[in-house]
Design a protein around this ligand. Structure first.
Ligand SMILES: Nc1ncnc2c1ncn2[C@@H]1O[C@H](COP(=O)(O)OP(=O)(O)O)[C@@H](O)[C@H]1O
Ligand SMILES: [Mg+2]
Length: 868
């Protein structure tokens, strides 16, 4: 039968624990399978779908519409559940639905969407139908009777880059509560990959593995380039079976403040957005990771040594987590086990017989890198002693070996051996101490650098300003005119060839340097006299990146915006860190649009700190509009921190400045912002006045959308002032505007606020309807929104006199609040109304029920609160 192309909906199913069934049923399994097939095929035919492929107990089918696929899945689950199975075994089938492009290859469908459907189905439990956001969106108003859905959250599925928003069908009469999706059971994190093979070190890996299994904090120490990071990653990968909670790599080379390590860990683990820095942040992190036996590799912490105690506190708090750090020097923490990493094994004497020479890891590494540099490289037996001399000269330090090996492109082995020997003057034998090794690497870097032409030398210096790696276009823009060549690529290639620069593994035209190489480059940059110019240009480049990416954050392309900014984040940090002192005005241009990123990624403390430093640094006689913009950003951060005093101060000063300059648009915005601190301060009359002024200004400017937001602010005040009918009217009008403008974010909030208002009026049924609709406008990982809704539903339960239900929801909500640091729930407008009465009614049982609520995981809690 011809398969449909274009937009299609895929349906995949398979029987849960089929192997087990087969064992239990023996020959009768064939009967079960036949009846299962008949049920699936009947449902498929009934809905007009096509069977693409069947293998064992797994079906792969396709439909022209999402609705038809939902019909088939629903019918199949109903029939499977109602069926009298041979041997009376329950047969539970997991199902996944996804809508995407039906790309036809020669043997059927191909492409990522097929893959995605398979992963979605695999994440489901028997009896559960999981659908992707695309399928759900296409269903819109076409849900069959008795079928609904519930949001399951954003999930990382195996092999797929970006997380998926997943939903579950809720079919009347069938079970609808399932354990957390199977996608989450064994988290896997990306460990950095390299193109070179890992050589030698088998004893180190074994010793280190043992140490890591016995101690909670192990530090690999040794000079830069000696192989600490490689060893840590390798050992982590080998130990993955020991850590069911996963092995994660947290790069810290670009982090300068030990307080931020928690944030970086959260970032590496893709935890829900929240504030994970400082003491309270550590507590949240601990709560998030509770029960997870995992290994965290904190890579490159030597620059954080002054804040080592902070890292110690973090390790103490995460008591089921094992931490492996790499550092040039130990952290000197109580529980720390130091594991010094030495150079690779080198020959004692270049005159050893060939087979013996070839056993040394340093020799193997040299040959491996030489072959990578020159595919036609062939080792003549008489050259082996040269290799031995070379690796001895560079002391077996892996990075130095790499740098020297890259030279086989242009020099014979004998020449390299002579030159390296002379230059380093280190052909003496015997053990070397640590400063000696550092000097060896420094000398090797210098040697390698001296052999470069002027253009790559100049480019290497520029790279010192890119701790987060550099995109090719970034280099083109920053290095423009500073290199004695026309094309950056001419300077770039030799750096890559000689091992000073690495192209990223996922061919995204990004280049990285190792920390030690960057330090050397920084010396060269300082010497070049272009340092300020290079940093200034990098700041300009990043300004454009931010100007493009930051506006995406409030649109449907949010994920793309986050990705772009995350890629450049370490560079942004470095540039901002310099500019905040050296050139606060351009730092401001970068930082202001970045505040939403800080908010969404939970870097609140870091953002607040930087903006505060900026406000101090901006010249008193500078541009007032710039200062006002920084203040508005600062106020936004303070709002998410529920830091009322900071928010008031920032928004007030911003409004004054805009008033003085006479920028009416910005003033209207600033007045709108000011409504919120007034609400928190419970000065509702002033809040209403402020919102009115903002609305009038927006209306005068012909900005209906702005006016609708101001109306929303006004409604808040009006509710507090007890004029509920007025508030309802304002919110209706605001919602209409947002709907018309397709502003789902503000539409969601205004519907929710109407629902809240009706709760206060006791119109419970209408309130529930509004809240249900409103909740559909928020992503499940928008933690603050989820929590406010939980509180609304708790209020609803309280007002319906269902004390148990209310207290259970509140228990769950309080746990989530603690974990994420979303404190806005405590604001009076968001309270779970009627809680006191419920607690009194339950008496002694209240605590137990609250604890039951706290024991639910996030998905379960949301489903419970929404009564699904
Ligand atoms: N065992 C090894 N096998 C192959 N290459 C290695 C090995 N150890 C280190 N290297 C290479 O040497 C360079 C420096 O290693 P790295 O782990 O980054 O050092 P460190 O973290 O101590 O600064 C890297 O390019 C790395 O790939
Ligand atoms: Mg390292």
């Amino acid at each position: 039968m011809a398969l449909p192309a274009g937009t299609v909906t895929f349906w995949m199913t398979d029987i849960e624990r089929s192997t087990r069934l087969l064992q239990d049923l023996g020959a009768r399994y064939a009967e079960v399978l036949a009846e299962h097939h008949a049920i699936i095929r009947a449902a498929l035919r009934g809905a007009g779908g096509t069977e693409v492929d069947t293998e064992g107990d797994a079906f792969f089918c396709v439909f022209r519409t999402a609705r038809a696929a939902v019909d088939a899945a629903t019918q199949a689950q109903r029939d499977l559940t109602g069926h009298a199975w041979p041997g009376e075994v329950p047969v539970r089938v997991r199902m996944g639905l996804h809508t995407g492009e039906g790309l036809l290859g020669c043997t059927g469908y191909v492409g990522l969407d097929v893959h995605r459907t398979a992963r979605v189905a695999a994440a489901a439990h028997g009896g559960q139908v999981v659908v992707t956001a695309t399928t759900r969106a296409l269903m819109e108003d076409a849900w069959p009777p008795g079928v609904g859905y519930v949001f399951l959250g954003s999930h990382r599925l195996k092999d797929l880059d970006s997380p998926e928003l997943l939903y579950q069908l809720v079919i009347e009469g069938l079970p609808s509560r399932f354990p957390p999706l199977r996608s989450l059971e064994a988290p896997t994190y990306d460990l950095p990959s390299t193109q070179s093979s890992f050589l030698g070190r088998s004893r180190e890996v074994a010793d280190l593995a043992r140490l890591v299994e016995e101690h909670r904090l192990v530090t690999l120490t040794g000079p830069g380039g000696v192989g600490k990071t490689r060893l840590a990653v390798r050992t982590g990968a080998e130990l993955s079976a020991r850590f069911p909670g996963g092995v994660a790599f947290v790069p810290l080379a670009a982090v300068r403040d030990a307080e931020l390590v928690g944030d970086e860990v959260a970032r590496a683990l893709a935890l829900p957005v929240g504030a994970y820095s400082g003491e309270s942040g550590t507590r949240r992190l601990a709560e998030q990771l509770r029960g997870r036996r995992m290994l965290l590799i904190l890579d490159n912490v030597e620059q954080l040594l002054p804040g080592a105690a902070e890292i110690g506190r973090l390790v103490d708090a995460l008591d089921e987590v094992t931490v492996l750090t790499t550092s040039r020097a130990p952290l000197h923490l109580r529980e720390e086990q130091e594991f010094p990493v030495g150079p690779q094994d080198v020959p004692a004497d270049p005159g050893e017989p060939s087979p013996v020479l070839l056993e040394h890891a340093a020799v193997q590494q040299f040959l491996d890198r030489a072959r990578a540099a020159r595919p036609d490289f062939e080792l003549r037996p008489e050259d082996l002693p040269h290799v031995a001399r070379i690796v001895c000269a560079v002391g077996g330090i892996p990075l130095a070996v790499e740098l020297v090996a890259a030279r086989v492109r242009s020099l014979s082995l004998g020449k390299i051996a002579d030159r390296v020997g002379n230059q380093l003057g280190l052909l003496r034998g015997g053990p070397r101490d640590l400063p000696d090794r550092q000097r060896t690497l420094r000398d090797t870097l210098q040697w390698s650098y001296d052999l470069l032409d002027a253009a790559p030398r100049a480019l290497l210096a520029v790279l010192a300003a890119f701790p987060g790696g550099a995109a090719l276009e970034a280099l083109e823009s920053v290095a423009d005119g500073l290199l004695p060549c026309d094309d950056v690529l001419d300077a770039l290639d030799p750096l890559v060839e000689h091992g000073l620069l690495m192209p990223s593994v996922d061919d995204t035209d990004r280049y990285r340097t190792l920390q030690v190489v960057r330090e050397f480059a920084a010396e060269m940059l300082a010497r070049s006299g272009h340092s300020d110019e290079v940093w200034r240009r990098h700041a300009l480049w990043l300004r454009d990146v931010v100007a493009e990416a930051a506006p995406l954050l409030l649109t449907e392309q949010q994920a793309e915006g986050l990705r772009r900014l995350r890629e450049e984040y370490d560079n942004l940090r470095a540039v901002l860190d310099r500019a905040v002192v050296a050139d606060p005005e351009s730092a401001a241009e970068l930082a202001v649009p970045l505040w939403r990123y800080w908010q969404m990624r939970g870097h609140l403390a870091e953002g607040a700190d930087l903006l505060d430093r900026l406000l101090q640094g901006l010249p008193a006689d500078g541009d007032p509009a710039r200062r006002a913009a920084v203040l508005s950003a600062r106020g936004g951060i303070a709002y998410w921190q529920l830091d009322s005093a900071a928010m008031t101060a920032a928004y007030e000063e911003a409004a004054e400045l805009y008033e003085r300059i006479g920028d009416r648009e910005q003033l209207a915005e600033a007045l709108y912002n000011r409504v919120f601190p007034l609400m928190l301060a419970r000065d509702f009359t002033a809040g209403e006045r402020m919102a009115k002024r903002s609305e009038e200004l927006f209306t005068g400017l012909g900005d209906a959308h702005g006016a609708a937001r101001a109306m929303f602010g006004r409604a808040l005040a009006t509710i507090h002032l007890g004029r509920h009918e007025d508030a309802d009217d304002l919110l209706r009008r605001a919602a209409a505007t947002f709907r018309e403008r397709e502003d789902s974010y503000h539409l969601g909030w205004s519907l929710r606020m109407r629902g809240r208002n009706l709760l206060l009026l006791g119109r419970l049924a209408e309130a529930r309807e509004l809240l249900d609709e409103a909740f559909g406008h928020f992503a499940r990982d928008d933690v603050s929104a989820v929590l406010l809704f939980m509180s609304d539903y708790a209020a609803l339960a309280g007002l319906e006199r269902d004390a148990e239900r209310q207290v259970r929801i509140v228990g769950a909500m309080q746990r989530m609040q603690r974990v994420t640091g979303t404190d806005l729930v405590d604001y009076s407008m968001n309270e779970p109304l009627g809680l006191e009465e419920s607690l009194t009614a339950l008496g002694d049982r209240a605590e137990l029920i609250r604890a039951e609520g706290a024991a639910m995981d996030d998905d379960e809690a949301v489903r419970y609160a929404l009564d699904l």
